[in-house]
Write a protein that binds this ligand. Structure first.
Ligand code: PHE
Length: 339
């Protein structure tokens, strides 16, 4: 039994077969069990001898089984590993990774800059009330300046905001000036009833800026705009303010930066002026402060509104604003920050 068992175990080629052998030899119906069960019929003298012998055989077979089992398991693992070998030096399948849109990149840069200067970011709604988009910004119903911003109306009193300036009024009416000045920017989409062409889009972007507190001056405005210009376009650029008109600021200005193409010498891009117009700004009109519950005798500030679309066009020499919205990946991938 012992010899035959050991032989069978050694010859066994797979784990299932080995298990069958174990059951056959050592199982409940196996010869060893039968011998051990029959012990009660043996004489006192015979019993220990037979018992010892049977146990020896059992131990030996068990050992042989365990050894073979380990051997087969290792062999099975090795075979599996060999079959699954994989050449890690082969080139992988490239994955296409998305990236922020170029306009979003400009907005992100501005948000980073202003958050670093302690501004809060307030994102408003694109559907806005006439009240905030116009009235509270010193543009009553019959005001001729409403024509400057041809408007999509949803109802007679609700519209697609034409500018991010309504966030000035919304933030001012909420702010507790006893806790210090209000410093905020508001990036987002705005809408105007324009016919789309190379320089007009019925939807575009603005980033509004507002600082209101005690002793805020026009010099603060200019300094702030200089930081913006230098951060986005380069350190050597200067900012120039020209008088302008907006109903919600007084005085109002248009800000230009040095044309970085010709560094102020005059070229086709800046129409030979040496300057590029980049945004509108001014000192918040006392009427606007009053309508938001802020005392113009105590508090004042500046506001500006800039267009990331225009910034991107200037920065990258894009001649058609529609390119930003047609989602041609060949165009958009040019602004891949990861190179
Ligand atoms: N809201 C103005 C526009 O859309 C820009 C602006 C904002 C001007 C804030 C002055 C102050 O043209």
């Amino acid at each position: 039994l012992r010899k035959q068992g050991i032989q069978e175990i050694k010859a066994s080629a797979d784990l299932d077969h080995l298990n069958d052998i174990r059951v056959k030899m050592l199982g409940k119906k196996g010869p060893l069990t039968t011998v051990l069960r029959g012990m009660k019929d043996l004489s006192k003298e015979e019993r220990p001898k037979v018992g010892k012998f049977a146990n020896e055989i059992r131990d030996e077979l068990t050992q042989a089984l365990e050894a073979k089992k380990a051997e087969l398991a290792t062999a099975r693992l090795n075979a599996k590993l060999a079959a699954e070998t994989l050449d890690v030096t082969l080139p992988g399948t490239p994955t296409v990774q998305g990236q922020p849109h170029v306009i979003q990149q400009i907005i992100d840069q501005l948000v980073d800059l202003f958050v670093g200067m302690g501004y809060q970011v307030a994102v408003g709604d694109e559907v806005e009330q006439d009240e905030y988009n116009f009235e509270r910004l010193n543009l009553p119903k019959d005001h001729p300046a409403r024509d400057m911003q041809d408007t999509f109306y949803v109802t007679p009193s609700v519209l697609m905001r034409t500018q991010t300036s309504p966030m000035q009024a919304r933030m001012m009416e909420k702010h507790d000036f006893a806790n210090g000045p209000l410093k905020m920017i508001s990036p987002g989409k705005v809408y105007r009833r324009d016919t789309d062409d190379a320089t007009h889009s019925h939807q575009f972007h603005q980033v509004e800026g507002l600082v209101v507190g005690e002793h805020v001056t026009m010099a603060d405005l200019k300094g702030t705009l200089e930081v913006v210009a230098k951060t986005l376009f380069g350190d050597e650029l200067a900012v120039r303010l020209r008088p302008s008109y907006f109903p919600f600021t007084e005085p109002s200005v248009e800000a230009d930066i040095t044309c970085f193409n010709c560094m102020g010498q005059g070229c086709a891009i800046c129409k030979h002026t040496g300057w590029l117009e980049v945004l509108g700004a001014g000192m918040v009109h006392p009427n606007v402060l009053k309508m938001s519950g802020v005392d113009p005798e105590v508090y004042g500030g500046f506001a500006f509104g800039l267009g990331p679309d225009r910034f991107a066009m200037i920065k990258y020499g894009v001649e058609d604003i529609r390119d930003f919205y047609q989602n041609d990946v060949r165009f958009l991938n040019q602004f891949n920050q990861k190179g």
